[in-house]
Design a binder for this molecule. Structure first.
Ligand SMILES: Nc1ncnc2c1ncn2[C@@H]1O[C@H](COP(=O)(O)OP(=O)(O)O)[C@@H](O)[C@H]1O
Ligand SMILES: [Mg+2]
Length: 315
């Protein structure tokens, strides 16, 4: 363990969230921080687990419950950098009523590409076009090529449709996650540590909020944050999109994707057909393209699963 790394996480998190009203990450004192010592602002406040104490001080626990969910989601989708250990012991309400997280030892990250896929697939989800969502998964290499597209679409529908019809208050985040895991297993999708972290933390954050206010509705609470984010991320895609006519061209909307894909495809074809001597420079170059593509594919897996979660939240 190197506490300078934890301090750097706190510092990055503070920078990302400095304009988030009602949310405050304590300041790090670098001059008093080393591998074994981390020095940060002392928080004068109450632990979030002291619901009665918070109420006694006239703090609105229902609002705090909503705010903690919204902040968590905003950090995940906007910044791609989220606190992944948000249990009751790591959250305070300070004397100004602000939410203050501590303990930055476990943070999660979502990369730019994952967020882009997320936007693309989410769009299909919101339109309840499960087949299109499934197609995008296949095109993006999020599921193996041999997965029957209609079966995948059907599985996505089985998760999506009940959400439309149900009273949102009755839906359990935990149960939903279980269902998602089942589907991912069935279609042989890889699980990503970053994604697991997001899912796990979501369940924890939901629990923290429900302890403050048992009637907290995670879905309606999440909706405005996700809608905002969607509006922002969707616009550039729509612009690129105008010339595109059908979903099979969807990949062209993702500017960084085709180049990598084309080169990697070529590379794989050449390699597979044995046209290139294994000791040549081109062989080495092509091999590196191949690993580039594999790395890219692994990164994008996050996109799919995160998307499903958020897709459902938006309903
Ligand atoms: N900045 C702080 N201000 C006030 N109390 C703190 C602060 N940092 C930590 N604590 C207290 O110390 C406890 C343990 O700190 P934490 O960073 O969560 O370490 P751990 O990784 O052991 O959980 C917290 O639950 C909290 O009660
Ligand atoms: Mg802790």
């Amino acid at each position: 363990m190197d506490l300078r790394f934890e301090a750097a996480a706190a510092n990055e998190y503070a920078e990302n969230t400095k304009n988030d009203i009602g949310f405050k990450v304590p300041q790090i004192y670098w001059n008093f921080t080393s591998e074994n010592v981390m020095t940060l602002d002392w928080i004068d406040g109450i632990s979030i687990r002291e619901t009665e104490e918070l109420k006694k001080r006239n703090l609105n626990t229902e609002k705090i419950a909503e705010d903690i969910i919204q902040n968590f989601l905003r950090h995940a989708v906007r910044d791609g950098f989220f606190h992944a250990d948000m249990h009751q012991g790591n959250v305070f309400i300070d004397n100004n009523g602000q939410i203050v997280p501590i303990d930055f030892g476990i943070m999660g990250r979502l990369d730019k590409m994952s967020k882009r896929f997320l936007a693309e697939i989410l769009f299909g989800f919101i339109q309840r076009d499960y087949r299109k969502v499934a197609e995008v998964h296949l095109l993006a290499g999020l599921v193996p090529k041999n997965v029957p597209i209609d079966d995948l679409a059907q599985a996505l529908r089985s998760i999506g449709e009940p959400i439309f019809g149900q009273a949102v208050k009755d839906i359990s985040g935990g149960k939903l996650l279980k269902q998602l895991f089942d589907v991912t297993e069935k279609f042989n999708m890889q699980t990503q540590p970053q994604l697991l972290m997001l899912q796990k933390t979501m369940v924890v954050v939901e629990g923290v909020a429900r302890k403050l206010n048992p009637n907290t509705n995670i879905w309606t609470t999440s909706k405005p944050v996700l809608e905002n984010w969607l509006r922002e991320t969707k616009d550039p895609i729509i612009a690129i999109n105008e010339t595109l006519q059908n979903t099979s061209e969807v990949i062209k909307r993702l500017p960084e994707f085709p180049e990598i894909m084309d080169k990697a495809n070529q590379a794989l074809t050449y390699l597979a057909s044995g046209q290139i001597p294994q000791n040549s420079n081109s062989y080495t170059a092509l091999k590196s393209k191949k690993s580039e593509m594999i790395a890219f594919r692994n990164q994008s897996i996050i996109g799919l699963l995160v998307l499903v979660i958020f897709g459902l939240l938006v309903f």
